[in-house]
Design a protein around this ligand. Structure first.
Ligand SMILES: [Zn+2]
Length: 397
């Protein structure tokens, strides 16, 4: 397909922000959605359409927390490896990626930020998320405790400068020295302040939100549990309407009932499903590194070789979609919102991506009846699955 061509998809179930429509039609031109109609009017013979009867089209997924995939890492990979990781997730429906680093030496993080920022400029990535080193030793999970540090605003500024405008989010623990000040700095610089890997209590968490933090980094994981007299960060982040809560929907990090609780507590507009995936996603079991720490992946579960902490996931967002629909029983438009529109809005990109709407970038995921990916279109071009659609005879619509 050349850019100037018009592609028309017809007959599919469309998951629109306003709800699900059957037998819909989407036209794509020059990388943009130019028409959405439902139900399709009788064939008018104006444009041949690809017949997607029996399939479901959802907007491309937006992953705001992912460390790697396809055997490659955003934290330490070369440009080629970073592209491999992004393409691995793209094949599973992720059309927008914010690349997450883990805790490392500041100079190493600055060097990698420079490389990642080039891939942001090239359109491979949508930004950089620094997860650590400004996090709690008590809640460090799979981050190297020896390299953690307080969020000194001068150091935060150094990371942002090294990112040359590509930094989108920094996860930090607000209770640490400089925590609140750094949240204010991030907001000033247009970067999302995310609260996570924290030992903060309820009040300190709310102070972080009042200072401008708007994301809960993988809510529940790497923070104190809810106590009946010590609600802690989880209750604070769930109840404050300014906060979008990330959930890792892999069935390993969270019990499905806890996911349900968060869905109900935060509501459909404030949940972003993320992968927090490491290199083994879309690749397989084996021995890996997550930053400086050795990780063993067995039966799809990643754990630190030493201590056994869960070390990211091997999740892809198509699986998160399927789980939220089939295990949590949520409506398609709700799940779609949690995977696309909510993270897009949080990232400030919802005017361009995140939903099937005229004028937005043509980022589409075509799913079969079992919610498995058939094809993925990014920026108006089929990234994967075009071959699976060729036996679908174009019809006049
Ligand atoms: Zn984490």
């Amino acid at each position: 397909m050349t850019d100037a061509e018009r592609t028309v998809l017809a007959g599919a179930r469309l998951v629109l922000p306003t709800g699900v429509v059957e037998n819909g039609k989407i036209a794509v031109e020059n990388g943009r959605i130019t028409e959405i109609a439902a139900p399709v009017t009788p064939p008018d013979g104006t444009a041949p359409a690809l017949d997607l009867t029996g399939l479901t089209v959802v907007p491309g997924f937006v992953d705001m927390h992912v460390h790697g995939g396809g055997g490659a890492s955003y934290h330490s990979g070369t440009a080629e490896q970073i592209i491999t990781a992004a393409h691995t997730h793209l094949a599973h429906g992720t059309t927008t990626t914010v690349a997450s680093t883990v805790t490392g030496e500041i100079d190493d993080l600055c060097r990698q930020a420079g490389l990642l920022s080039e891939l942001v400029e090239d359109g491979v990535l949508a930004g950089i998320h620094f997860e650590g080193p400004f996090i709690s030793t008590n809640r460090c999970g799979a981050h190297d405790p020896d390299l953690l540090r307080d969020p000194d605003p001068a150091v935060v500024r150094k990371l942002l400068d090294a990112s040359r405008g590509a930094a989108r989010m920094v996860t930090l623990a607000p209770e640490l020295d400089g925590g609140i000040e750094s949240i204010r700095l991030l907001v000033e610089r247009g970067v999302i302040a995310a609260i996570g890997h924290t030992d903060a209590g309820y009040d300190t968490t709310l102070a972080g939100v009042a200072a401008g933090a708007t994301v809960a980094t993988h809510l529940f994981n790497a923070m104190p549990a809810v106590g009946h007299r010590t609600p802690g960060p989880i209750v604070a982040l769930l109840e404050d309407e300014r906060v979008t809560v990330e959930l890792i929907g892999d069935g390993v990090h969270l019990h499905p009932s806890v996911v349900d609780l968060a869905f109900r507590g935060a509501g459909a507009e404030r949940v972003a499903l993320v992968t927090d995936a490491m290199d083994a996603a879309g690749f397989g079991d084996g021995d890996y590194m997550l930053g400086p720490l050795a990780v063993k992946v067995r039966e799809g579960v990643a754990r630190l070789a030493e201590g056994g902490s869960i070390a990211g996931s091997t999740l892809t967002l198509d699986v998160a979609f399927k789980r939220a629909v089939t295990i949590n029983g949520l409506p398609l438009e709700t799940v779609s919102r949690m995977l696309s529109l909510n993270p897009a809005r949080q990232l400030g990109l919802s005017d361009r991506i995140g939903s099937l709407e005229v004028g937005k970038r043509a980022d589409l995921v075509v799913l079969d009846e079992q919610y498995e990916v058939v094809a993925v279109m990014r920026d108006g071009v089929w990234a994967v699955g075009a071959d699976k659609l060729t036996d679908r005879v174009p019809v006049a619509r």
